[in-house]
Design a protein around this ligand. Structure first.
Ligand SMILES: Nc1nc2c(ncn2[C@@H]2O[C@H](COP(=O)(O)OP(=O)(O)OP(=O)(O)O)[C@@H](O)[C@H]2O)c(=O)[nH]1
Length: 200
């Protein structure tokens, strides 16, 4: 039986934006108020996405990790969820630098990512508008989800994880095709060289 594809996803964002809450909501469909704020955790999860069983490894990073830890986690991941909290403008402003570091660590560019604006249930103390989130996502050329780990009404949390898996799978397929095309080109060039030598 063919092995199900594996996708490594890492969740980044300032401390307190709700990374753990989002991961736990995705995995258990529940909301738990408090987690150990300093620990990073990895989870394995299987899901059926577009009629394909995909195994995800999900890394919930700690908001206060240092740059070396961040870079290590960026090298590890295939795709990234960048989270900010709509009630914390500073967390929104930290998304850009995280993305810049990602592009530095993961050459070539166009790293698979999604942008998640969490805590939409706290609209009354909102500091970042939906339009600002949409604009940032369009600058980063990625999907955007505004959601609440605490009151996930429309299933936006799962949709964000699933869309990121799709994006990773799409990029891998394109890279695989490009690799196959380039090795075919190499074989053709080698044959042409041989034929040229024989005929001369
Ligand atoms: N109202 C509301 N509170 C939330 C939501 N998501 C998380 N929280 C709360 O925000 C706080 C921080 O949540 P965490 O999930 O621990 O945040 P984190 O990003 O993992 O934090 P670090 O582990 O320190 O990086 C907790 O008190 C959560 O209960 C949400 O959607 N709505």
């Amino acid at each position: 039986m063919a092995k199900s594809p594996e996708v490594k996803l890492a969740v980044f964002g300032r401390a307190g934006v709700g990374k753990s809450a989002l991961v736990v909501r995705f995995l258990t469909r529940r909301f738990i108020w408090e987690y150990d704020p300093t620990l990073e955790s990895t989870y394995r999860h299987q899901a059926n996405i577009d009629d394909e069983v995909v195994t995800m490894e999900i890394l919930d990073t700690a908001g206060q990790e240092d740059i070396q830890q961040k870079e290590g986690h960026m090298r590890w991941g295939d795709g990234f969820i960048l989270v900010y909290d709509i009630t914390d403008r500073g967390s929104f402003e930290e998304v850009g630098p995280i993305r810049t570091l990602l592009e530095e660590v993961k050459k070539p560019k166009n790293v698979p990512l999604v942008l998640v604006a969490n805590k939409s249930d706290l609209d009354h103390i909102r500091q970042v508008s939906t339009e600002e989130g949409e604009r940032l996502a369009s600058e980063m050329a990625c999907a955007f989800y505004e959601c609440s780990a605490c009151a996930d009404v429309g299933g936006a949390v799962a949709e964000a994880f699933h869309e990121l898996c799709r994006e990773v799978r799409r990029r891998k397929a394109v890279q695989g095709k490009a690799r196959r095309r380039s090795s075919t080109t190499h074989v053709k060039q080698a044959i042409n060289k041989m034929l040229t030598k024989i005929s001369s």
